[in-house]
Design a binder for this molecule. Sequence first.
Ligand code: UD1
Length: 361
Amino acid sequence: MRKLSIVSVVGARPQFIKAAPVSRALRERHDEILVHSGQHYDYEMSDVFFEQLGIPRPDYNLAVGSGSHARQTGEMMPMLEELFVERAPDLVLVYGDTNTTLAGALAASKIGIPIAHVEAGLRSYNRSMPEEINRVLVDHVSELLFCPTRASLQNLGAEGITSGVHLVGDVMLDTARFFADEDGSRAVLEEYGVRPGEYYLATVHRAGNSDNATRLAAIVDAFARLDKTVLWALHPRTKGNLENFGLVSRVEDSENIVITPPMSYVHTVSLLSDAAVLLTDSGGMQKEAFFFGVPCVTLREETEWVETVESGWNQLAGADTNRIVEAVADATCPTAKPEVYGDGHASEAIVAAVEKHFGLV
Ligand code: UD1
């Protein structure tokens, strides 16, 4: 079989988790050139994921760092363009919905290199989310669209995108399956003084929550009113805004909120699997809670992962203190957990579809 040359573009924490299994499957038969945009750069936001998930060292690091949306996206594009021209890959692979995804897709599309989008078709139908804009644009310039769910496939159909669309399942389930047996991390519960089932795990990073003083304060108040320890793994954006909005003392004065730094994948999975409930505004973690059979309360008004809500594993509580507290009290584990995210072999399905697309099989 002819070896394909594929450039994968990653840059933010969730993309490392998604790229790990795809990269592993791709490299069995093809040449992958891995590009890190540098959107996330702290050790605990980036390097630790490469180490734990066994992702090869990036061939390029663009080191763009933080900035406004336009600056961040704009700075990546000429560097990506130059690199795409020089390496002339058969395909550019992008993941999810971050500014890195958009920059990779726009740069490749204008010079005629086909794009494959992993996690295509997700929609919140909320255009105030930067991620929603990124997803829509990326889907509309992609030649291959890898959908994790039926709902995402239907969303694309509703926008007239039917060609090159493949329902492959969710690559995050591939990663979760791969690491399900990793048990080197129970110690992390002891480190934070919590026992299985007796704490809540929380993450907040979405701009709509963390950049809004009213919403962030309402979330802090809800956490402080809960009946168990809330282990809050703090994203740097949220950490900064707790300080900017004068909310640090509210966190410190609460008796049950325990702040932790951003956590590695293995520690997150370990703390998640043993949590009573996950409170989050992350997209990926809503699914991971579902994978590990933990009820989720989502701190948003809508979700792209509608299956988690429809199956009773997830409740939408927005950033409303009372709704959050009530949702946690109501959270239960439904008896059924439908196989809506595939079978944990999405990466192999992606590689197979790519090979078919290039007429190799
Ligand atoms: C980005 C993605 C979001 C994804 C999230 C995962 C966009 C528009 N958003 O949001 O979809 O869910 O990543 O975490 O692409 N910072 C650090 N160290 C880092 C990285 C960031 O301190 O290593 C701080 C900086 O102050 C920065 C802020 O976090 O300004 C926000 O980072 P940014 O990459 O712009 O967006 P995220 O909120 O991480």
